[in-house]
Ligand binder design. Structure first.
Ligand SMILES: O=C(O)CCC(=O)C(=O)O
Length: 197
């Protein structure tokens, strides 16, 4: 598979207490990529422990790269890179001049699957993580809210092929989420490329 190097359009969505850049249609072969993910990735239903109870996450996950990743008490063991995820990683790295050694892949099966408000601020992601997030499949709303300035928030509809980059102190000042939408929505896959130290 080859990715075209077209003139990438970039919009700055947030430039206060962190930076969020949006590259619409960064990947033009997004339907093909979605199908590759479905066939190449083995997704798992993971659980986390909360208030002494075992809770199933409202999405499926798979973790790739060189190192394990622990969040909310859950440790994800790394799978070896699949050919397509590795190519996507290289393409993003060339365009952003940034290196990544890991990737979390989420599968939202219907509009009922979601991720609640959180920040990717685990210590092993470094002080100011740069996270590159690729959307494939159904379009879903992505919400960012400032932790301390309650009137500051930003919402964007992420579509197949879009790339969103969060960097600087963003994870310290903002939380982000992918809220539930209509139940009958088509599946969406999200890949977040990260660096684990
Ligand atoms: O699916 C998305 O766009 C967001 C995923 C996310 O927030 C995460 O994996 O930390």
């Amino acid at each position: 598979m080859q990715f075209s190097f077209f003139d990438k359009k970039r919009e700055i969505l947030i430039d206060h207490d962190g930076i969020v850049e949006y590259y619409p249609q960064f990947f033009d072969a997004s339907e093909e990529l979605f199908q590759k993910m479905i066939t190449e990735v083995k997704f798992s239903q993971n659980t986390i422990k909360m208030w002494g109870k075992e809770l199933s996450l409202p999405r499926l996950e798979s973790w790739f790269g060189e190192k394990a990743y622990t969040y909310s008490g859950l440790t994800l063991k790394p799978n070896p890179w699949t050919p397509s995820i590795f190519l996507m990683k290289e393409h993003i790295e060339k365009n952003l001049s940034q290196h990544f050694n890991s990737c979390l892949v989420n599968l939202y099966r219907t509009g009922e699957d979601y991720v609640g408000p959180h920040a990717d601020d685990e210590k092993e992601l470094g002080a100011e993580p740069c996270i590159a997030s690729v959307s494939l499949g159904a379009s879903r709303k992505f919400l960012m809210k400032h932790r301390y300035e309650k009137d500051r928030q930003c919402e964007i509809l992420l579509s197949s092929g879009d790339l969103l980059v969060m960097k600087g102190p963003f994870q310290h000042f903002w939380v982000h989420s992918l809220p539930k939408m209509k139940k009958e929505m088509n599946p969406r896959i999200n890949l977040t490329f990260r660096t684990i130290y």
